[in-house]
Design a protein around this ligand. Structure first.
Ligand SMILES: NC(=O)c1ccc[n+]([C@@H]2O[C@H](COP(=O)([O-])OP(=O)(O)OC[C@H]3O[C@@H](n4cnc5c(N)ncnc54)[C@H](OP(=O)(O)O)[C@@H]3O)[C@@H](O)[C@H]2O)c1
Length: 252
């Protein structure tokens, strides 16, 4: 079997970083993207290489749809140069931001930013990358627990993720003919830089979330990185069009 390669957006920090390190440790080579933090991306490449896996970091802003043709070209060149291949096996649409805004106070600019990053971007990026995803490959879209339960302040953000969950089923239906399975992972609240790191840094919020979680604590990046490795493993090749919540049982 040929070396597996995963392309992960937003691999420079947080859940994406954790996932690429865990995938690499499981023997998967990595292409990942960063938006602005080139130094952080360089450090992640070095950490991945320590596991013996290959890694390439590329700059990408997922809200700049006009840049996707050029980005796909860069992926193609890297695949040829580093692996002598013309496709990746897995695509993980992970890059994103947290933007807190109550429904009544959400501006059009906030809505558009969230839509571009969390829905329109992954929609057209995946479309652009289709020729570079191997037949029999995998797509994993990162959603959120907030698409199932409602917490004030996340109307626009969670709506975009909800749209991604619907898109996941359509992609699964339409790409099934190529043997590509498409699923979404919905993390609960996880301690990262997300949303200004408020879950990690605000003790009161952290305690509240833990009290509402069946397994009794907030989520950590490892919880999601490990789940992403498991969901992309060969053992789950027959699973498609599913939303898998990985939240420790938040707001049951
Ligand atoms: N943390 C949570 O509680 C939680 C829960 C459920 C779902 N999620 C979802 O999980 C995903 C990752 O979140 P995280 O917690 O890991 O966040 P994070 O720690 O803030 O990391 C965000 C990552 O996305 C990249 N990024 C941000 N905006 C981007 C853009 N416009 N274009 C391209 N890349 C961009 C960042 O790149 P730079 O480093 O270069 O800025 C970074 O690599 C997001 O889709 C988020 O919605 C998070």
């Amino acid at each position: 079997m040929s070396q597996r390669i995963a392309l992960v957006t937003g691999g420079s920090r947080g859940l994406g970083k954790n996932a690429v390190l865990k995938l690499a440790a499981a023997g998967v080579d990595i292409i990942f993207t960063y938006r602005s933090q080139q130094d952080a991306a360089r450090d992640v490449v070095a950490e991945i290489e320590k596991t013996g896996a290959k890694a390439v970091a590329l700059q990408l802003n997922v809200s700049e749809i006009a840049s996707f043709t050029e980005f796909a070209q860069q992926v193609k060149v890297q695949l040829k140069q580093e692996w002598g291949r013309d496709s990746v096996d897995c695509l993980v649409n992970n890059a994103g931001i947290g933007l807190y805004a109550p429904f009544a106070e959400t501006s059009e600019a906030m809505f558009d930013e969230l839509m571009n990053i969390h829905f329109k971007g992954p929609f057209f990026l995946t479309q652009q990358l289709l020729p570079l995803i191997a037949d029999g490959g995998r797509i994993l879209n990162v959603s959120t627990g907030l698409a199932r339960f409602a917490l004030p302040g996340y109307a626009a953000y969670a709506s975009m993720k909800g749209a991604m969950e619907v898109l996941t089923r359509y992609q699964a239906k339409e790409l099934g003919a190529r043997g590509i399975s498409v699923n979404s992972i919905a993390p609960g609240a996880i301690e990262t830089d997300f949303g200004g790191g408020h879950l990690r840094d605000n003790e009161e919020l952290n305690r509240y979330v833990a009290s509402q979680t069946a397994l009794g604590r907030t989520g950590l990046p490892d919880d999601i990185g490990e789940a992403i490795v498991a969901l992309l493993s060969d053992n789950l090749h027959w699973m498609t069009a599913q939303r898998i919540e990985v939240s420790g049982g938040m707001f049951l």
